[in-house]
Design a protein around this ligand. Structure first.
Ligand code: IPM
Ligand code: MG
Length: 355
């Protein structure tokens, strides 16, 4: 089969890690007889530098005409003084919104080989390790509500709005994911304070009626933040809002040893998805062959699974990553005693070789 992939390498380590993911994808293509066609396009700081805006219309067009989007990372200190809508991050929000990608799937798995890199005491993971999926609402909430300042600039506001439909569709996505896993959903909100959380909870309860097999519980976000590090094994699927999901997925990532390990898929109602690592652009190590490409490589596995329905190809990538880790190879962020330090490029080669 032929697939068109829009590639937005972005800023900082973006180009370093995307290169390795493309290498792995090409190897999958060779092994399994698929053709991937790449359309490289600009967004974020790279686009600001080239054409003066973070998300050029042409980029959006290229993405819309593709079967999926692979994204590295956007942002960096160089563009930090720009106003809200001019910043590199605006490209990411613009893409998510324009492509209708309301569901952000962020799996956090602690690989056996990385147990040493996990900062929690081993006994906290005894119940069953860490294997969770954060289902983060991605095109609504406080990220997309009205914001501004009063005329004197003395006050500022950001608005948190959710409609029933927005909650319903992410809840359905989360329950569907849970049906293929351990059938447990923890919906995270701030029901004791926020009206939008009260709407959220009632819609989630409503959706749950269609999934009698799913065990649903609700948790306040502050408690969830604590439970993630005190009893992480209790979670299967975490269903939550845009901002809470942003925060909790970073927290979950650390339990897996490094944020450098976490992939993500942003999907909507069509097959077109956007696949990117959860981590940022790490400008301090850009272009130095130090970044961990595994989160981006694992994001490509999610692309194969969710956008192209290529399950065995996706499994093959995940198994290759596990083999490389079992072989003792580590980038700096996940390095521990006795392991072999490798750079970005070599890590990509190793995964490709193990396919
Ligand atoms: C993420 C990132 C983004 C977000 C930033 C870069 C806009 O932190 O994907 O988690 O907040 O959504
Ligand atoms: Mg984040």
């Amino acid at each position: 089969m032929d697939f068109k992939v829009a590639v937005v390498a972005g800023d900082g380590i973006g180009p370093d890690i995307v290169k390795q993911a493309v290498k792995v994808l090409d190897t999958v293509g060779d092994k399994f007889g698929h053709q991937f066609e790449y359309n490289y396009t600009l967004a974020g700081g790279a686009a600001i530098d080239a054409v003066g805006e973070p998300l050029p219309e042409e980029t959006l067009q290229v993405c819309k005409e593709s079967d999926s989007v692979l994204l590295g990372a956007v942002g960096g200190p160089k563009w930090d003084d720009l106003g809200g809508n001019q910043r590199p991050e605006a490209a990411l929000l613009g893409l998510r919104s324009a492509l209708g990608l309301y569901a952000n799937v962020r799996p956090a798995v602690l690989h056996d080989a990385l147990k040493d890199a996990c900062p929690l005491k081993p006994e906290l993971l005894e119940e069953g390790g860490l294997d969770i999926v954060v289902m983060r609402e991605l095109t609504g909430g406080i990220y997309f509500g009205e914001r501004g300042r009063n005329e004197e600039g003395e006050t500022a506001f950001d608005t948190l709005v959710y409609s029933k439909e927005e909650v319903r569709r992410i809840a359905v996505a989360a329950f569907d994911v849970a049906m293929k896993r351990n059938k447990k959903v923890t919906s995270v909100d701030k029901h004791n304070i926020l009206e939008s959380s009260r709407l959220w909870r009632s819609v989630v309860e409503e959706v749950a009626k269609d999934y009698p097999e799913i065990q649903l519980n609700h948790m306040y976000v502050d408690n969830a933040a604590m439970q993630l590090v005190s009893r992480p094994s209790q979670f299967d699927v975490i269903l939550t809002t845009n901002m809470f999901g942003d925060i909790l997925s970073d927290e979950a990532s650390m339990i897996t040893g490094s944020i450098g390990m976490l992939p993500s898929a942003s999907i909507g109602s069509s097959k077109l998805g956007l696949y990117e690592p959860v981590h940022g652009s790490a400008p301090d190590i850009a272009g130095q062959d130090k970044a961990n490409p595994l989160a981006t490589i694992l994001s490509v596995a999610m692309m194969l699974r969710y956008s192209f329905n290529l399950q065995k190809e996706a499994d093959a990538i995940e198994e290759a990553v596990t083999k490389v880790l079992d072989g003792g190879f580590r980038t700096g962020d996940i390095l521990s005693n006795g392991m072999k330090l490798v750079g970005t490029e070599e890590m990509g080669d190793l995964v490709a070789k193990n396919l």
